[in-house]
Design a protein. Structure first.
Length: 296
């Protein structure tokens, strides 16, 4: 897994004028992807294919036929596995809709109808604006649910001995006090870290990338920029980051959900002085009480 989970995205990814970061709207899949997915769904609801004819008994011809049949079966099995994987990958285009079982059946029927009766399915494009609005509303609702769960998690950690909740909303919990220098904005820092979701699952760690990571303080998520300045070299601490100081309603990499609170354990190994960097603006508030992270 890449270390994008702590780094900011480029400046051009931001929205200006204090507006919240845009929702990701459905990308129009390619004709090949649509056809392949339609084929996959159609195959799932179509009658089973006829069984292969048995090989001729005995002799060279029979052995050759048997080998051909075995090869065909192997190729068929490989194709089936590949098509199944294609379906899993294309399903991610539906993830933001948070479909119920009955809604998924309606989508599956639409795929099948579009494959079998393309002329009758041309009117489907008229629903694109409605689908975009539906996706946006469901993404916002999912983000808000995730933020509420994250806030409960933050409150639990904040109640632990020695934990400190800062004015920004992050929770800083020292584990081992360091004795060296504290970094300042713009310094190069070398750390070891493990990042977890609130369910305890690890989504990234420096151990996956050679054992440590070095980067400029101020070019990472705001939670890290703030939290590392509270540490000293040799120290180890827990940084619990609300979505507003991490990846907001956009999430990251398909692993960090929109609105997700992140739980890091960080060891500060070294600090090297660097030029000061501009102070990052606070993420703007969005309708519904959430917050959007504005990566830099």
């Amino acid at each position: 897994m890449q270390t994008h989970t702590i780094r900011h995205q480029p400046l051009h990814a931001r929205r200006s004028h204090g507006r919240r970061a845009p929702f990701r709207v459905p990308r129009a899949p390619s004709a090949l992807a649509c056809a392949a997915l339609g084929l996959l769904i159609a195959a799932a609801v179509a009658p089973p294919a006829l069984a292969a004819a048995p090989a001729a008994a005995g002799g060279t011809a029979g052995a050759s036929a048997a080998r051909s049949t075995a090869s065909a079966h192997a190729a068929g099995a490989s194709d089936t596995a590949a098509l199944h994987a294609l379906g899993v990958l294309l399903e991610r285009q539906l993830g933001d809709f948070q479909l119920t079982e009955s809604e998924f059946r309606a989508v599956a029927q639409g795929f099948a109808d579009g494959y079998r009766h393309p002329a009758e399915a041309k009117s489907a494009s008229a629903y694109v604006p409605q689908l975009k609005a539906l996706e946006s509303s469901r993404m916002l609702a999912a983000s808000q649910r995730e933020e509420r769960a994250g806030q409960r998690f933050l409150d639990r950690v904040a109640s632990l001995p020695r934990a400190h909740k800062t004015a920004s909303g992050m929770v800083y919990l020292p584990i081992v006090e360091g004795a060296g220098a504290s970094p300042k904005n713009g310094d190069m820092v070398t750390v070891q870290y493990t990042g977890r979701l609130i369910d305890g699952s690890v989504f990234d760690s420096s151990a996956q990338h050679g054992g440590s990571a070095t980067f400029a303080l101020g070019r990472i998520i705001p939670c890290w920029t703030e939290g590392l300045q509270l540490m000293k070299v040799g120290g180890r601490a827990r940084l619990v980051c609300p979505a507003s100081l991490a990846y907001g309603e956009r999430g990251a990499g398909g692993v960090i959900k929109p609105g997700a609170t992140l739980d890091f354990e960080v060891r500060l190994l070294a600090v090297r002085a660097g030029p000061p960097l501009p102070t990052l603006p606070a993420p703007p508030r969005v309708p519904g009480g959430g917050a959007a992270a504005i990566p830099h």
